[in-house]
Ligand binder design. Structure first.
Ligand SMILES: [Zn+2]
Length: 317
């Protein structure tokens, strides 16, 4: 519940919401007490609403697969947007140390050249039993490069530090979508100040902390394994045998990240799109033109038929 200082109205609020605008006079309202007790840092918006809409138009209009009618609307700037809202979305940022003991088989490729003497033609007896003499040819050799792999045992341990690993804490934004919006530059994060929330919509976490921690643990483990493969397993190929991975989390911060949420009417159906308010990266499924997909399939089939025809491989020719 907010009491608007501008018009005096008492505005009902969502349990998770800590910043909004007054429904009567549109003055920005912030629930400073609740926000201050939960939020550690805020990454401010860099992209204006106008710039966000521009990114949205480019995202829809520049895709060749978008239905032509929609592309034209997007290019002329006539997309029907139901809503565009700047939301400061809660994410937990984890600082962690990843350690692992591992054993693996590591393969190193080497190449050897195989040289073979090509068969030289021998004089063949003709029908009458006489021999025809053929000038002896130069002995022909054929070389072939053969790739071999030598395998070694490798054991070791690694340790690496990972700061600012983000996991979305809002139920409104799917994990998949939140990951697609990454990266965010946490170097731009400012310590919590209620003024940073003024005029925006801002939320507190709407997912259970236990679930977010579990997700963080799982994604950090994946990153640890990826780091191990990329940085520690030398050689051309490898097979991990055992990995004992330990994820130690030192610090967790609740950070609000700037995201533009837009609902756009694309051929009747409303489509939800999200835009990273820092980088402008746009995420959302834009409809695909069935006619365009069909034309590509038909063109591909024709290309295959033409190739077969020129080779004379068509069964009916
Ligand atoms: Zn008001």
């Amino acid at each position: 519940m907010y009491a608007c200082t501008a018009c005096g109205a008492v505005v009902e609020s969502d349990v998770r919401e800590v910043a909004t605008r007054c429904a009567y006079c549109a003055s920005p309202l912030v629930d400073t007490k609740r926000a201050a007790s939960a939020i550690d840092a805020v990454v401010p918006f860099r992209l204006s609403k106008r710039a966000a809409l521009e990114r949205l138009r480019a995202h829809i209009g520049d895709r060749w697969w978008t239905p032509e009618a929609l592309r034209k609307l997007a290019r002329r700037g006539q997309l029907q947007t139901d809503s565009v809202q700047g939301v400061l979305v809660p994410f937990y940022a984890y600082d962690a140390t990843l350690r692992a003991d591992y054993s693996a088989r590591v393969g190193v490729h080497w190449e050897r050249t195989e040289t073979r003497q090509a068969k030289t033609r021998r004089p063949k007896p003709d029908k009458a039993g006489e021999t025809i003499h053929i000038e002896p040819e130069q002995p022909q050799t054929r070389t072939k490069v053969v790739r071999e792999t030598e395998w070694f045992d490798l054991r070791g341990s690694m340790g690496t530090q990972l700061d600012g690993h983000l996991v979305c804490a809002s139920a409104g934004l799917s994990g998949e979508r939140a990951r697609a919006l990454a990266p965010f530059d946490l170097g731009r994060a400012a310590a919590f100040d209620p003024r940073l929330l003024l005029g925006w919509s801002a939320e507190l976490p709407s997912k259970a902390r236990r679930d977010i921690d579990r997700e963080a643990h799982a994604t950090l483990s994946d990153l640890g394994r990826a780091h191990l493969r990329d940085q520690h397993l030398t050689g051309d190929v490898h097979r991990l045998r055992t990995v004992e991975l330990d994820v130690e989390i030192h610090r967790v911060r609740l950070v609000l990240l700037p995201i533009w949420l837009a609902t756009v009417r694309l051929g009747g159906a409303p489509v939800q799109l999200a835009i990273n308010g820092q980088s402008g990266r746009c995420v959302g499924r834009v409809p695909t033109s069935i006619a365009k997909v069909a034309s590509v399939v038909v063109a591909a089939v024709i290309a295959v038929l033409v190739t077969l025809w020129t080779r004379g491989d068509l069964p009916w020719t």
